[in-house]
Design a protein around this ligand. Structure first.
Ligand code: 13P
Length: 278
């Protein structure tokens, strides 16, 4: 069933588990995410980034995901990931996204607060929940995200930000990166604990790919409820396709796409089980 992301994350906060938010860009990525969630009997968040708006029919895509979510045996929500433009947020709200992320992290704090508050008021009028980010993730290998500064979240700024904007869940920068780590990951769980002490809304961890499992478990115990995953799933699909094309004669595209979906599913299942504490 299609649910509001906020309700899903409040439940995760109470139950101390994490929900996977898989970045999607095709039918197969959505099918894989929902299929895995059903197999593991966990909720799942389908996340489409603003960066794919130029190439994806957003209204058509949202209608498709909503229809698939309604049929699903587990809670599914449709989330707009990393949106920088108000127009994209309104477009997502109009076509039925459950939640939106406004990424004002490139602005100074005061401006980020002003813009996020405005977005939050608009989204809440439509019953859509809002994620925002304080701090900024650096970019590792094979990621398709924007380059960030790697600035960690300051707990006092996070507290003021949440109080003044009314956002529903907050992405905290604690040292994870978008993409695969180059060198030893430095994840600051102690900082996350300090953020959790002053912020009572559900917390979000971006950069799920490559993050050591032990750190993920500790982060969930310190208030993380939603974990974004993109790069590792993409890598599984692309490396599958590379070996596939080396070994096969001319294949039909339908077979190629189906096999690519099957290659993504075990990677998604690994994350879903880890986040659920299985
Ligand atoms: P990864 O690509 O590191 O999994 O991060 C995804 C993400 O945080 C999207 O917002």
């Amino acid at each position: 069933m299609l649910v509001n992301t906020k309700d899903m994350l409040i439940n995760a906060q109470k139950g101390k588990y994490g929900v996977a938010a898989f970045n999607v860009y095709s039918l197969e990525t959505v099918q894989a995410a929902i299929r895995v969630a059903e197999q593991e009997d966990t909720p799942v968040i389908i996340a489409l980034g603003e960066r794919y708006f130029p190439t994806v029919d957003v209204e058509g895509f949202a209608a498709m995901v909503r229809a698939m979510a309604e049929k699903a045996s587990v809670p599914v929500s449709l989330h707009l990931d990393h949106a920088y433009e108000k127009e994209s947020i309104i477009r997502a709200i109009r076509c039925g996204f459950s939640s939106v992320m406004f990424d004002g992290s490139t602005h100074p704090l005061e401006e980020n607060i002003r813009l996020t508050k405005e977005i939050t008021e608009i989204a809440h009028m439509a019953g859509v929940s809002v994620e925002a980010e304080i701090g900024s993730l650096a970019k590792g290998a094979f990621s398709d995200e924007e380059e960030g500064t790697g600035t960690l979240t300051d707990p006092e700024s996070a507290k003021a930000f949440v109080e003044q904007t009314g956002v529903d869940f907050l992405a905290a920068a604690i040292g994870t990166v978008h993409g695969m780590y180059q060198g030893e990951p430095k994840i600051d769980i102690e900082l996350l604990g300090r953020i959790q002490q002053v912020v009572d809304i559900p917390l979000v961890l971006h950069g799920g790919s490559g993050t050591p499992e032990e750190k993920v478990r500790e982060a969930i115990q310190s208030g993380i409820t939603k974990i974004n995953v993109n790069t590792e799933v993409s890598m599984a699909a692309v490396s599958h396709l590379q070996t596939y094309f080396e070994n096969k004669d001319m294949m039909h595209l339908s077979t190629v796409m189906e096999d690519m979906q099957r290659a993504m599913e075990p990677v998604m299942a690994k994350f879903v089980r880890l986040f659920a504490g299985k």
